[in-house]
Design a protein around this ligand. Structure first.
Ligand code: SF4
Length: 351
């Protein structure tokens, strides 16, 4: 019997490395460490937001969980099944329950196929229902996403960006999944449409009891939709906490820098902009010690040589030498303020 308190998704030590090949013989000369030791759990019916700059590995995490790219190491358990160890037949059954919505509704829907063919494809692959049964599922999925049944006989180019993303969501829902990876699902949409699609996702989660991994670089939207948030930098999670705790008291200097870039109309939430020097280092050759040290305004000698320890207080986990020292003598809210003051002292731009 399934334990209702168990996490639906349990990722442990996930690594996804891509070989770098060179020369006539295409010899492997190194690896891009896109994901390098990522762990998290998502309880049933909850949303984990995964944030970070482009190239931090967050999309690769989502794809590795679904085995759209093959993980190199670690485990990904879905409802108690380690998807890296399942047979092809068992994996097919699990795949129906784990769906993905891609960033770009223009690219993810085949323009040559009608909406009916797009929605029916998964049902045929998974042998779900006869003709009338499939039609019932497709109309129900369209209805849930606010699309008319008449859309079935039309082509993707006949719809706006927001409507196409609704069709992409309907394509996932038609298989009646438990878990959705939402990979930047609104970033290709007009700002005026983004709120509608996010509200639709919130509604669907509530009505259908869905579990989400919400991948985004938009921290305002992530705060709105997520129960917990994990911050990624160069293939690793550097901070992970309940959304309320993270937004109230970020601890990692990188999280402070990300938050400082959020525009806000509320004066109390405006922060001095923290400008990080340099670019994100190559994941093929990550820096020693703390991976953030070449850009961190608070970096110390120890940061250049030793991996920062992961400290956890009340479900708020951070990997940083300076944060660990602050947390040894005060609570997370005070530690967050101390780190913000230190960052402001070493230089920030007015918000
Ligand atoms: Fe900055 Fe050091 Fe903390 Fe890394 S461990 S984030 S370099 S202070």
């Amino acid at each position: 019997m399934t334990d209702p308190t168990a996490a639906l998704v349990d990722v442990s030590g996930l690594e996804t490395h891509f070989p770098i090949r060179r020369g006539f013989l295409r010899s492997v000369v190194g690896h891009v460490r896109a994901v390098d030791g990522v762990s998290f759990r998502i309880p049933r019916g909850r949303t984990l937001g995964l944030v970070g700059e482009s190239g931090c590995g967050k999309t690769t995490v989502g794809r590795s969980i679904l085995r759209l790219v093959e993980p190199t190491a670690g485990s990904v358990c879905f409802d108690g099944h380690d998807i890296r160890r399942e047979s092809a037949a068992e994996l097919r059954g699990l795949r129906r329950r784990m769906q993905i919505v891609f960033q770009d509704p223009y690219g993810s829907l085949n323009p040559r196929l009608t909406v009916r063919t797009i929605l029916e494809e998964g049902l045929l692959i998974h042998r779900l229902g006869d003709g009338p049964g499939r039609l019932r599922r497709m109309t129900a999925a369209l209805d849930r996403t606010g699309m008319p049944v008449a859309a079935l006989n039309r082509y993707p180019h006949e719809f706006s960006g927001g409507q196409r993303q609704r069709i992409a969501i309907a394509r996932a829902l038609v298989l009646e999944p438990d878990f959705l990876v939402l990979d930047e699902p609104i970033s290709a949409l007009d700002v005026s449409i983004q709120a509608q699609v996010v509200n639709l996702l919130v509604e669907l989660r509530r009505e259908l009891g869905l579990t989400y991994l919400f991948i985004s670089h938009d921290l305002s939207i992530v705060e709105y939709i997520s129960d917990e948030v994990a911050v990624m930098y160069l293939g690793q999670i550097v901070e992970h906490a309940p959304a309320v705790a993270l937004y109230a008291a970020p601890l990692h200097p990188y999280t402070h820098a990300l938050f400082s870039a959020i525009p806000s109309v509320e004066p109390a939430r405006r922060r001095g902009r923290i400008l990080l020097p340099g670019d994100v280092p190559s994941p093929a050759n990550p820096p020693r010690g703390c991976r953030f040290h070449p850009r961190c305004p608070l970096a110390e000698t120890v940061c250049r040589t030793e991996d920062p320890p992961a400290i956890e207080i009340d479900g708020h986990r951070v990997s940083c030498h300076v944060a660990a020292r602050a947390l040894a003598s005060c609570d997370p809210a005070t530690a967050s303020k101390q780190i913000a003051v230190a960052l402001a002292a070493v230089g920030s731009a007015p918000g």
